[in-house]
Design a binder for this molecule. Structure first.
Ligand SMILES: Nc1ncnc2c1ncn2[C@@H]1O[C@H](COP(=O)(O)OP(=O)(O)O)[C@@H](O)[C@H]1O
Ligand SMILES: [Mg+2]
Length: 268
């Protein structure tokens, strides 16, 4: 039996390349350092690269489970600092079109998962695709990452709009990434908040910002997380603060991987 009920947090964006994966791996590394048990679901079918950032190579993925070739617990791998990773980039597309029998099979696999977790971070991929909506619509919390580029803002708004109108989601945490200043970050947030309020009657939350940090690339080249390579930098401090904030402001309510998948598969 699981001892705890983990929070399920989807990390998404309207546009790709805004820093989702980088954020997920670094926040996960921080949360592990404060003894939280973390599972990352790598669900970006276009550009899955959690494994690359961690320098590991998973042999099996969700597709093997959906094909009945592997058990769910066999595909979950351990990354650095005991972070658990569920490689789901392959198989995610199929998730949105499972028949009833396949849904029951997957849910029974999930029911038997016996891991103790505090938080599940889902790297969902970008855009208003079924697979992204599948994960966002059923998570307890949704973090939308945005940069100051107008295209990133417009696409983030489009994602929020679909989740609000079609999936009745009304809580979004906005993280501005690669900001050149705090002022620029807040201005970007304000633009999004104004349109969300005006056209969707929705109040979005400001999670915070991460500055543009040129050494992020060095960490990626070294296949290490930034936070483990430069633990004392101000960027790492910001990641830690964001990690604390995520844990402290997670939506109340029943979480957990079982309920998450039941909701996503339309079973509850
Ligand atoms: N705060 C940042 N400062 C500088 N570069 C960043 C930052 N966040 C992400 N990047 C870079 O942006 C690129 C895209 O990031 P990634 O996390 O892969 O985006 P996504 O997962 O949203 O597609 C990567 O090359 C990464 O090094
Ligand atoms: Mg990515």
């Amino acid at each position: 039996m699981q001892n705890s009920v983990p929070h399920v947090i989807a990390v998404s964006s309207g546009k790709g390349g805004v820093g989702k994966t980088n954020f997920v791996v670094n926040v996960a590394t921080y949360l592990c350092s404060i003894k939280k048990k973390v599972l990352i679901i790598d669900a970006d079918l276009g550009l899955a690269n959690i494994d690359v950032l961690f320098g590991i190579a998973p042999k099996y993925n969700l597709k093997h489970v959906l094909l009945g070739q592997k058990r769910l617990q066999d595909i979950i791998i351990k990354g650095p600092n005991d972070i658990l990773i569920l490689p789901a980039s392959s198989g995610v597309r199929e998730l949105t079109s499972l028949n009833k029998f396949q849904k029951i099979q997957l849910l029974s696999e999930i029911e038997t998962l016996n891991i103790d977790l505090d938080v599940i971070l889902i790297d969902t991929g970008a855009g208003i695709y079924d697979n992204v909506l599948f994960f966002c619509s059923s998570a307890q919390d949704i973090i939308v990452i945005v940069t100051s580029e107008p295209t990133s803002l417009a696409d983030a708004y489009a994602l929020i709009k679909v989740l609000c109108k079609e999936f009745k989601k009304d809580r979004f945490k906005i993280l501005i990434n690669m900001a050149r200043s705090e002022k620029e970050a807040f201005n970007t947030f304000r633009k999004l908040a104004i349109v969300a309020d005006k056209f969707l009657n929705l109040s979005v939350d400001y999670l915070g910002f991460l500055p543009y940090e040129q050494h992020v690339k060095d960490a990626i080249i070294a296949q290490k997380t930034f936070i483990s390579l430069y633990p004392n930098s101000s960027f790492s401090k910001r990641i830690s603060n964001l990690g604390d904030k995520i844990m402290n402001t997670s939506q109340e309510g029943v979480g957990g991987i079982q309920l998450f998948f039941k909701k996503a598969l339309g079973v509850v």
